[in-house]
Design a protein around this ligand. Sequence first.
Ligand SMILES: [Zn+2]
Length: 165
Amino acid sequence: MPGMPGPLVLPRPGEGEAWILIEDSVVTLIASYRQRLLGDSEAGGVLLGYRRHKHLHVVHATTPDQEDARARFSFDRLDESHARIASKHWALTDRRCDYLGEWHTHPERSPTPSGIDRREWRKIYEHRSQPLLFWIEGTECRWIGLAHKSRLVVVGSSVEGVGQV
Ligand SMILES: [Zn+2]
């Protein structure tokens, strides 16, 4: 479609010809939760999509629901809808559309993971053999990391429309 930005394509660190592909609909959806106003609370959810060889393809993100604990400087993903939606995608795609990671917002222009973020993420990735993405959406920039084999590496962070992320 003319004028559509298209998916975000990022090289997967340390993997040569492997890519992280994020559908434009996901980028737009997450950007819609940017904490632009002082009263905006953090938002978050899970990332869903496909693993093809070493490539990751993010096609869907869940969004905050009623039981999630949202504050200006914290987001706790407590609502069961995130797991329910992930299970539904898993079942409807013959177990191909998988859990690919987590996203949440920060009320800062150029976000970086907090100590709490790193501790909580580690609990998720340290016992998994598959790579997972961790995404923080700031008010103007985003930070995306990839955890694999108990290591978290930065995939990219920059201003939207200028850099690659
Ligand atoms: Zn955070």
